[in-house]
Design a protein around this ligand. Sequence first.
Ligand code: 13P
Length: 285
Amino acid sequence: MRNILSTKEMLLKAQKEGYAVPAFNIHNLETFQVVVETAAEMKSPVIIAGTPSTIEYAGGDYIVNMAQVAARKYDIPIAIHLDHFEKVDEIKHYIDEGFRSSMIDASHEGYEENIEIVKEVVAYAHKYDATVEAELGRLGGQEDDLVVDEKDAMYTNPKQAKDFVEKTGIDSLAIAIGTAHGLYKGEAKLDFDRLAEIRKEVSVPLVLHGASDVPDELVKKAISLGICKVNVATDLKIPFSDAVKKYFNENPKANDPRKYMTPGKKAMKEIVKHKILVCGSNDRY
Ligand code: 13P
């Protein structure tokens, strides 16, 4: 039996052993269950992520309690993670409720302002042994309610990344090297030279956002170059909802959530399994 964990140990182990911990965005009980059950079957550490609008939708207290149940039930490290939070007070509130992993996304602010905001979160989170991820550079695309126009997307500068990590004391760094949230208009192109440069400058675990719709080989290459956490949302949402839509098409009178949710869960499970294999996080515990 374990407690709800921060991402500290699991990411450092992944960094040392050369794999990545998958962070799956969930929205409700069903998607939460699919992620933890599959990770447990595959003996993979797992990060369950929720954006501000998801945590508001599902209820932070419900998520904390679901995670406690899962931590008692399964013998794998489980973290619940506040993904893309922009408000310091909200992060503090959810840490008080029991979350031990957070991302403060102040990447839309100027550099100095970003540092100040992140430092405030780090000072609070570390008192509770909670971890903090921050982003430098900006990803384009849409993640729940957060929309960043492609023209505002910006790649991470390796030298600035070093300075940022040193000044903020963060536990992990989300970098922008060409991925985007959601589906790609063309082909995903990743700047691997930049990733290698950042790895040379920065010692904390590196995080790849927007890993949906990126070919597996590119994600694997990013992991081999130092990515230790891979975030996946869209690639789970689409098969889940497609399977539910199909069920309703075939059973227009269906009204039992246990019946119409089950095909969604099954479809999502296959993707979770696949992503765990791509991350190489299976059989680590
Ligand atoms: P995708 O929706 O592109 O998988 O992005 C997920 C993500 O980065 C969550 O932070």
